[in-house]
Structures are given as structure tokens and as C-alpha cells.
Design a protein around this ligand. Structure first.
Ligand code: ADP
Ligand code: MG
Ligand code: MG
Length: 210
């Protein structure tokens, strides 16, 4: 079963709800190795998007995702805003004019989004960033599709890999973003951006998983 436009809308609504629920948690993670604003940043950005959603909810998936990306760029400052902005903008470019997504479409969109984050932020795997949750999640999803798993099963694999990637950031020493200013002292803390990335992908698996 493909993911329909209304399913994408439901995913983004769930993202907004989950990021609101986890606002304090994300802020606490960022307080340990950053500037204690990641929860507020993500919540503000997705709330601003929720206000715009009624005007684009009947458009194609690309338009909806591009609107989210532009809203995050405009309303969320710091590192997270431009990076997540690029993520959703590039996903939107890949899904332009589409009203449904096959598993292959989702893999391509996710890959384009992640490539955008990497092009913009120059983070490599192991640098203790959102990339450490996103990349393994993409790889797990693609492998599941190659193994002919169902879309739902592949999304489950994706979410599990994102969670593992998020947890794997705990011992890492940050080499990008504010946390890198702490050097070795950034080790022992879970990266806030990897955590929000996990929450966003988990929301997709929970919304679309059958
Ligand atoms: P800021 O650090 O400007 O306050 P946020 O707190 O919203 O921004 O986001 C911090 C998160 O952004 C980090 O936890 C990390 O995952 C991510 N991040 C920071 N710099 C980069 C980068 N160059 N590439 C990828 N992700 C990054
Ligand atoms: Mg911050
Ligand atoms: Mg900040």
C-alpha cells in the first residue's frame, strides 16, 4: 500500500504533537551539550507549520513538504532550523507533484533530504549529529525494501535503526555544531538533533505502519 497525500499530512500532524510532547526532553538534552533551545526550536517551527497546513493540505506532497521546509527556515534559528529546513525542502523537491509515495519514492525522498543536510552541515557519520540517526535509518529502510519487506515492516526497521543511531550518539565526541565546543566533555550525552530525527521518523512508522 502506498502512502497517500493525506497520510503525509497525518504524519506531519503527529510530528507536531510528538515534538510538543517532547519539548522539555529535547531541551534538557540540548541543555547538557548545547544552549537548551532544541525543544523550543522544533516546537515553534512545527507549530508555525500547523498554522499554514490548512492552506496546503489539499496540494501535492512536494508542495506540503516544501512549505514545511520553508517555514522551518523562516521560524527556527540556529543550526537546527536551516538543517531541518533543507531536509524537508529537498524531500519536497523529490516528491513534487506526487499525490502518493511508493516505498521507493519514500527512500528517494529521505535520501535527498539527508543529502541536503550533509551538503549544508558537512557532518559525517560519528560526528554526533542528526545524521547519526538519519543515515542508518535510510540504510535500514532501503535494505528492507531490497529484501521485499512490506512498506510497514520497512518503516519499522527504519524507526528501529534511527533509535539505535540516536543511542549510539551518547558516547560520541561532537565534531559539529555547538556541542563540538565542549570537545571530550560532549561524550556521555545523547545528541538532541539525533533525538528529534528519531522522533520524526518514528512518527512516520507509527502513522503509516500497518
Ligand atoms: P543550535 O545548536 O543552533 O541551538 P538546535 O539546538 O536547534 O540548534 O539544534 C542542535 C542540533 O543540530 C544538534 O543536536 C545536531 O544534531 C544538529 N547539528 C548541529 N550542527 C550540525 C551539522 N553541521 N550537521 C548536522 N547536524 C547538525
Ligand atoms: Mg540548541
Ligand atoms: Mg540555539
Amino acid at each position: 500500500m502506498p502512502v497517500m497525500r493525506d497520510d503525509v499530512v497525518a504524519w506531519l500532524e503527529r510530528c507536531a504533537a510528538v515534538l510538543e510532547e517532547n519539548r522539555d526532553y529535547l531541551t534538557q538534552l540540548d541543555a547538557a551539550i548545547g544552549d537548551a533551545d532544541h525543544g523550543a526550536n522544533m516546537d515553534r517551527g512545527f507549530k508555525a507549520f500547523m498554522a499554514k497546513l490548512p492552506s496546503v493540505a489539499d496540494k501535492d506532497i512536494g508542495t506540503i513538504l516544501k512549505t514545511l521546509g520553508m517555514t522551518l527556515v523562516a521560524t527556527v534559528g540556529g543550526a537546527g532550523g536551516p538543517l531541518y529546513g533543507t531536509f524537508f525542502l529537498q524531500m519536497g523537491v523529490k516528491t513534487a507533484n506526487k499525490l502518493m509515495l511508493t516505498p521507493e519514492d519514500w527512500a528517494e525522498a529521505l535520501e535527498a533530504g539527508i543529502n541536503g543536510v550533509i551538503a549544508r552541515g558537512q557532518a559525517r557519520p560519528g560526528d554526533k549529529t542528526m545524521v547519526d540517526a538519519l543515515l542508518p535509518a535510510l540504510e535500514a529502510f532501503k535494505e528492507a525494501i531490497r529484501n521485499s519487506d512490506s512498506f510497514g515492516k520497512a518503516l519499522q526497521r527504519m524507526a528501529e535503526a534511527a533509535e539505535q543511531g540516536m543511542k549510539a550518539t551518547i558516547p560520541m565526541v561532537a565534531r559539529k555544531g555547538r556541542a563540538s565546543y565542549l570537545g571530550e566533555r560532549s561524550a556521555g550525552h545523547q545528541d538532541p538533533g539525533a533525538t528529534s530525527s528519531y522522533l520524526i521518523l518514528k512518527a512516520a512508522a507509527d502513522t503509516w505502519g500497518h
